[in-house]
Ligand binder design. Structure first.
Ligand SMILES: [Zn+2]
Length: 371
């Protein structure tokens, strides 16, 4: 599948989806995930990586932590069918029921499978930061309600060859859009029968769970990718699931709070962890893993510092985004950052240019409005 996948990403649902048929960058090739992969990280701890959905939407990583008494799962995926497959897999690993499901944030690719877990495990508690619970409760109904409308909009783009912004759909963009369009019927059918479930346990700072000889700390270290970003730390295994505060190799930043994320990532680096499970992509281990997070922190620090300085110079006017973006493009060495994140991988390079490069500037600019 060509990708418009990651571009939809995590933040999707809101601005990016609305822009779907309008923005060329949304169809840039990217480092998509095509295969289902399971990694055993430690005794009783597994990570499941999911292929992108047939509609091109990415699916977040899922982590499973098994204690002597209880099982905890981090993130429930985008497709209900993927969540059901994970549940079947978990039942092969253990006969203990899943007692806790944590949503790292509200984005659809991390939580639409909640209802499948609730149906499979009647004693389940779904845990989320208060802000995450609020956004799931607020956004999910509209997402399902607008799904068919967006399908029609994509069809119109394919039929007319003109995107919403008036630009032509290029030959390079068309195959990915056609494939995603073809996949939307099946996904819509899945959504029509998904039971859905909003988190029923909320926290604001931290929550410590005992799974039986295995402690798990559910922590809000601060905002970054979303208002309720949550990480799940397993001290005995020295690992932490980061949600989309960290992705690998290229960050999914198209919204969020980049000024805050600099600080939140610094706190993440202070946890006594050697393994980092990103929201998307490969598991990050040891010093290279820490270096990747530090790189992301430094990238965000660079862009936010420049955005701040430019807004100070030009004045604070929400209508000036394009002017600010043009200035940031001159003062931030994006090509060098792209090389650091994407190396020589063309798909990752294109994804960097198409998604986080404008995304972090836009998100940082939005954060300067209210200050
Ligand atoms: Zn995500």
């Amino acid at each position: 599948m060509t990708t418009f996948s990651r571009n939809f990403s995590c933040l999707l649902g809101v601005a990016a989806l609305a822009a779907l048929v309008a923005t060329a960058s949304l169809f840039a090739d990217s480092s998509k995930t095509t295969a289902h992969a399971v990694t055993k990280i430690a005794e009783g701890i597994y990570v499941i990586r999911h292929p992108d959905a047939p509609d091109g939407f990415p699916q977040g990583n899922t982590m499973v932590v098994i204690g002597d008494d209880d099982v905890l799962v981090v993130d429930s995926c985008y497709l209900p069918s993927a969540a059901r497959a994970d549940i079947a897999q978990i039942k092969q690993w253990t006969d203990k029921p899943v007692r806790y499901l944590v949503n790292t944030h509200w984005h659809y690719d991390h939580q639409i499978g909640n209802g499948e877990y609730a149906a499979a495990f009647p004693g389940l508690d779904i845990i989320a930061h208060t802000e995450t619970r609020n956004q799931i409760r607020g956004y999910n109904p509209g997402w399902f309600a607008r799904y068919d409308e967006l399908t029609e909009r994509i069809k119109k783009t394919l039929d007319t060859g003109i995107r919403k912004n008036g630009q032509p759909l290029t030959a390079e963009q068309r195959p990915g859009l056609e494939e995603a369009y073809q996949g939307r019927g099946g996904v819509a059918a899945e959504f029509a029968s998904q039971p859905g479930r909003t988190p029923n346990v909320t926290f604001d700072q931290s929550l410590t769970l005992d799974l039986g000889h295995r402690e798990v700390r559910v922590l809000h270290l601060g905002r970054g990718n979303a208002a309720g970003d949550t990480v799940v730390f397993v001290p005995d295994a020295r690992l932490v699931a980061t949600g989309d505060l960290v992705d690998s190799p290229v960050p999914y930043i198209g919204s969020g709070f980049p000024f805050d994320q600099v600080v939140t990532l610094e706190k993440l680096l202070h946890l006594d962890a050697a393994i980092f499970i990103p929201g998307h992509g490969d598991i990050l281990r040891g010093e290279p893993g820490r270096a990747h997070i530090a790189l992301l922190r430094d990238f965000l620090k660079d862009v936010t510092t420049q955005v701040s300085a430019i807004v100070h110079r030009l004045g604070n006017n929400p209508a000036d985004y394009e002017k600010v973006r043009a200035e940031v493009e001159k003062s931030v060495h994006f090509d060098a950052w792209r090389q650091k994140f994407a190396g020589d991988n063309k798909a990752d390079q294109d994804f960097f240019d198409g998604f986080p490069r404008p995304g972090v500037v836009q998100a940082a600019f939005a954060q300067t409005w209210p200050r």
